[in-house]
Design a protein around this ligand. Structure first.
Ligand SMILES: [Zn+2]
Length: 251
């Protein structure tokens, strides 16, 4: 960590009145250590994704990922596995994420017979409520609407989370405001993301709610947004995220 980002980081910490000097040092030290782990993890997960392909990587189990990483001559170290277990099984409230756990075990395996691939999207959906909702949306909107993210097993969510952590300099707090940690995403149990065809990365910005796709679906009451403004999860507002499964949020 360079001096500038160190100062920026301690600046954030000093505004957190509950953290004392010693804890501040320890948290900084552990963050430096976490940064090197997330960089190497990202490299290894990227290699596995390249090897198995984007579509399969959405569904790959933890044990299969370990095997594939070894095939790539990038086996995970015990400290990397330990770090993943800490993120997966630890309480995310400690860094400000209040979502519910959705997957109980890191080694959970997705049953492929419960999955339906959505043509040309690169993503799959769970059969049942998720597929029904997506089919209803497609009937209403036709080719204007696309699936931008579907079912994500814990490894896929880990990859997204680690990517975000690298962008945020190893800061769990910042990473978890836009990506749920693995084990805590509703994408693992049915939720999915939609976008407007041709809208590209704007589908993942607040501009999406200005589109005809969003307005029409919202007006017809076909979508219930999981992450509303000021939602209780500590997650940013996501108008593209479609709720399928239950949950005890107040929205
Ligand atoms: Zn989503």
């Amino acid at each position: 960590m360079n001096r500038r980002s160190f100062i920026a980081y301690t600046g954030v910490l000093s505004s957190t009145v509950l953290i004392g000097q010693t804890e501040e040092f320890n948290e900084t030290t552990s963050r430096i250590r976490a940064s090197s782990v997330v960089f190497s993890l990202l490299d290894k997960l990227n290699a596995v994704q390249d090897r198995v392909g984007y579509v399969q990587f959405n569904l790959i189990s933890f044990d299969q990922m370990l095997k594939e990483a070894a095939y790539c001559n990038k086996p995970l170290t015990p400290s990397e596995i330990g770090y993943i277990e800490t993120i997966f099984y630890g309480n995310p409230k400690r860094y400000g994420f209040y979502g519910e756990r959705t997957v109980p075990t890191l080694t959970a395996v997705t049953n492929k017979s419960n999955i339906c691939y959505i043509n040309k999207s690169g993503h799959s959906l769970l059969k049942g409520a998720a597929m029904e909702k997506y089919t209803t949306i497609k009937k209403l909107m036709g080719d204007d609407v696309i699936l931008t993210s579907g079912i994500r097993a814990p490894v896929k969510q880990l990859h997204l989370f680690v990517k975000k952590m690298v962008c945020e300099g190893g800061d769990l707090r910042l990473a978890s405001t836009s990506i749920a940690p693995p084990g805590f995403t509703y994408h693992s149990i049915g939720d999915f993301d939609i976008g407007k065809a041709g809208f590209g990365q704007y589908n993942f910005t607040e501009k999406f709610q200005e589109t005809d796709v969003f307005k029409k679906l919202y007006d017809h009451g076909y979508i219930t947004i999981r992450y509303t403004t000021n939602n209780p999860y500590g997650v940013r507002y996501e108008p593209w995220h479609i709720k399928v499964t239950g949950g005890n949020e107040t929205a």
